[in-house]
Design a protein around this ligand. Structure first.
Ligand code: ZN
Length: 402
């Protein structure tokens, strides 16, 4: 088993694999191992909670009870199979199969997977992009460009879109913070705990004076966010050395790490001058909902949306301008100013994907994965017409012979 990075859409089913009898190594980057220790165990906990909640309903209806997809214990049992690697380190994982991970620049530890296969003295090289990072992102390096492959398996999440520049987006955040100071309210930032939270803290440090952040108290109110930040701090060896020369990139004099529920409740009492970063990223759960309850009805409060909000989520409703939200059965007016700042993405956009592919000298055939149909189709057309490449759009359970 080879894992490109820690996001749950890539790792969330590993405990099931172990449960079903796979007892072999799981190869991935060292930082991914550290993130999985947090994220998989948390995922097991959520599955347990959800099963308990569902079973309460089922019991009342006299229906058969369900088991959680996996438990905390099963998630923990998965961790022993991880074998952490560094980037650019070649390892023979079984006879005739050599593996090298390259930096994908998507989240910390994210990897492009290079496989050198040898069978009957015939060698083939397969490269799997994993999720590719967004060029010039804070903290991490740009995706590594591989020069040669016989086959490329490539993500296509934003195959049909271009992102706005990082610089414009950060500028907008700086302006919002500066203006919010006059209204004397709090700023609430729902943020994904892995990646976006660390990018925010890093940019806060970079722009500390320019954005007058010393006028604020900054709270990272997320146990997961704090743990993920520690993983980022631990693996400073993979930072983009060009843009980072400070050692402790999250060290802000007015940053408070809020781990306990008691501390989080104390933050609820602050009515002015707090910047609160909390999960979940799409406001579907987590502590951000409590902060909404205490702030979103205030005219002088601000909500800063810095991540993708899927349809049907509370975050999306706010972006779409809803006037009321319902929290724990209570209807609450939305009087706060909602700011949506686009341009933040951990994924390469269409140009980023094309640039990465064009790093190959030999125009290898491509299999597109990890994208919605529309995005995949647009990227496929670009590659076929501009690069004259053989492209396959992967379908579920498809087998490919190399
Ligand atoms: Zn990802």
């Amino acid at each position: 088993m080879i894992v490109s990075h820690a996001h749950l859409d890539h790792t969330g089913r590993l405990p099931i694999l172990i449960k079903e009898g796979f007892h072999n190594k799981i190869y991935t980057h060292n930082a991914t191992v550290d993130l999985c220790k947090i994220m998989l165990v948390d995922s097991g906990y959520i599955h347990e909670k959800e099963a308990i909640w569902e079973n309460k309903k089922r019991e009342r209806k006299g229906l058969k009870l369900i088991e959680p997809l996996y438990t905390t214990e099963e998630a923990t049992a998965t961790l022993q199979y991880f074998k952490g690697l560094n980037y650019d380190e070649e390892i023979e994982i079984c006879q005739g199969v050599k593996l090298t991970l390259r930096d994908a620049g998507h989240i910390i530890g994210s990897a492009i997977v290079e496989l050198n296969l040898n069978e009957n003295n015939v060698s083939k090289k397969v490269v799997f992009s994993g999720d590719l990072g967004h060029k010039n992102a804070p903290i991490l390096r740009d995706p590594f460009k591989v020069k040669y492959a016989d086959l490329v398996i490539m993500e296509s999440t934003y195959g049909d879109r271009l992102h706005r520049s990082w610089q414009e987006s950060w500028q907008e955040i700086g302006d919002i913070i500066a203006n919010a100071k006059n209204s004397k309210g709090n700023i609430l930032i729902p943020a994904f705990t892995v990646g976006r939270t660390q990018e925010l803290l890093y940019e806060f440090k970079q722009h500390f004076e320019q954005w007058h952040l010393d006028d604020w108290q900054i709270f990272l109110d997320s146990p997961m966010g704090i743990k993920a930040t520690n993983v980022y701090a631990k693996h400073s060896d993979v930072y983009d050395k060009k843009s980072i020369n400070v050692k402790d990139i999250f060290d802000l004099s007015n940053l408070h790490m809020s781990e306990t529920t008691e501390y989080s409740m104390k933050i609820n009492q602050i009515t002015s001058g707090a910047i609160i970063i909390a999960g979940s990223g799409m406001c579907t759960g987590g502590r951000i909902k409590h902060h909404f309850k205490h702030n979103i009805w205030r005219k002088n409060a601000h909500v800063l949306i810095v991540g993708f909000q899927a349809k049907g989520t509370l975050g999306r409703a706010l972006v779409d301008g809803c006037k009321n939200i319902k929290l724990w059965g209570e209807k609450i007016q939305v009087n706060a100013t909602i700011h949506t700042v686009g341009g933040f993405s951990a994924h390469a956009d269409q140009q980023g994907l094309l640039d990465w592919y064009r790093g190959f000298d030999n125009k290898p055939p491509v299999i597109l994965v990890h994208g919605e149909e529309g995005a995949m189709e647009v990227l496929s057309q670009k590659l076929k017409h501009q690069d004259k490449v053989n492209v396959v759009q992967a379908t579920y359970k498809q087998n490919i012979t190399i």
